[in-house]
Ligand binder design. Structure first.
Ligand code: PLP
Length: 405
């Protein structure tokens, strides 16, 4: 019997991140201690008042179908969030709530791409952008952004990447995996190019907007170029900011015709996000927010521990991230080196596998994010764990032998 597999899945890559997470868990299950800096999930807990609101929702029988786009009171809370935090005006029917920001992105691409349409994805990128575009039969146009440009796409690069089939540019600031943050001037330069290319739409994934470090401030492209509003979709969610990854609740805002199409896609897949998670999201968005600044300060502190800790790591270089909760380090200096057991480090996958198997540190290789040789360290772990991991990485790198020099 032939095994069924859709043609559109031929291009989908199994998640490198999930593969390593699985391997780390397997090793941990044998009793060996592993420091897990692989997964991009806040180590904080969902705040108590949000959990209580969900329990209350269950007691009050908020357990039935909701409208596809999300409960009106949740969309009202999202409209208020955009106004208060981003100075952007949306109406309730310009918002679509979904099962996570990931689903919002999937719905958007599904609703707008025809086979062969192109999507510009600056690398390093969050891996799912690429696979979602491919699943929707679009063509990802990856634009490599070097550490020298702080991993951020420039106006010149954007201009060069745009073709007659370009439908979207994906922006993610602060970014996963590199923590790059666009300054208003940089966004203005991108907007100028976009103005000259009226068929190019912008998907702005703002999921890390509250985790900004030092003097950095979050700016939306629509703050500097409001004229792009009719072709911009802003994606956000409660996963990272409120430590609610498992609740699966995200949303997007955009022009009504596109939101209607996004809702049409959703109406035939998941129908809507969980009614209980929607109730919890109302509590999250309308409740106290002081803890967010504290958590952001904590991520900054952990970033500093990684940056300081890794300065002693031979041949590893890191750009100081301006936001999010990752450090994306360059490991090109260790490629070709030999480990004490005589194994050659061929690439960043080899480096990360060696760190995991021989040193008990779980990280993610740059290949998962489209820019090698790098590796990503997630700072969503305790300071002690991060410190020990950095000490171990420094020790590991000092053991490497370079034969060809
Ligand atoms: N966007 C980026 C850049 C992410 O890193 C992630 C999760 O890692 C998501 C979106 C997905 O968020 P959600 O949990 O809301 O689907």
């Amino acid at each position: 019997m032939a095994k069924l597999k859709a043609q559109r899945l031929e291009l989908i890559n199994p998640s490198v991140i999930m593969g390593l997470v699985h391997k780390a868990r397997q090793i941990a299950s044998t009793g060996r201690p592993i420091i897990d800096l692989g997964i991009g999930e806040p180590d904080f807990e969902t705040p108590a008042h949000i959990k209580e609101s969900a329990i209350e929702a269950i007691r009050n029988n908020i357990t039935k179908y909701t409208v596809v786009a999300g409960e009106p009171r949740l969309r009202e809370a999202i409209v208020a969030k955009f106004m208060d935090e981003n100075f952007l005006t949306y109406s309730v029917n310009e918002i679509s709530v979904s099962g996570g920001a990931k689903q919002a992105i999937f719905n958007t691409m599904m609703a707008s791409l025809s086979p062969g349409d192109e999507v510009i994805i600056p690398s390093p990128y969050w891996s799912s952008y690429l696979d979602i575009v491919e699943m929707c039969q679009g063509i990802p146009v990856v634009v490599e952004c070097s550490p020298a440009q702080r991993f951020l796409i420039t106006a010149e690069q954007l201009e060069r990447a745009i073709g007659s089939r370009t439908k979207w540019l994906i922006l993610n600031s602060p970014s996963n995996p590199a923590g790059g943050v666009f300054r208003p001037e940089q966004l203005k330069e991108l907007a100028q190019v976009l103005e000259e290319n009226p068929d190019v739409h912008i998907l702005s994934d703002d999921i890390y907007e509250h985790f900004m470090f030092d003097e950095n401030q979050f700016t939306s492209i629509l703050n500097v170029a409001p004229q792009l509003r009719e072709r911009t979709v802003i994606v956000n969610g409660v996963s990272k900011i409120f430590a609610m990854t498992g609740w699966r609740l995200g949303y997007c805002a955009g022009p009504k015709y596109l939101i209607d199409n996004i809702n049409a896609v959703q109406s035939h897949s998941t129908t809507h996000a969980s009614s209980i998670s929607q109730a919890a999201a109302v509590a999250a968005l309308t409740g106290p927010k002081e803890f967010i600044a504290e958590r952001s300060a904590s991520y900054q502190q952990r970033r500093d521990i990684v940056i300081t800790g890794l300065t002693a790591a031979e041949r590893i270089t890191s750009i100081v991230p301006d936001g999010a909760f990752y450090v994306y380090s360059d490991c090109s200096g260790v490629i070709g080196a030999e480990t004490p057991s005589g194994q050659t480090i061929a690439d960043d996958v080899g480096f990360c596998s060696w760190l995991l198997e021989c040193h008990g540190i779980s990280t993610v290789p740059g290949v998962a994010f489209g820019l090698s040789p790098h590796f990503r360290i997630s700072t969503a772990a305790s300071e002690e764990a991060i410190e020990s991991a950095c000490t171990e990485i420094v020790k590991a790198c000092s053991e490497l032998v370079f034969r060809r020099e």
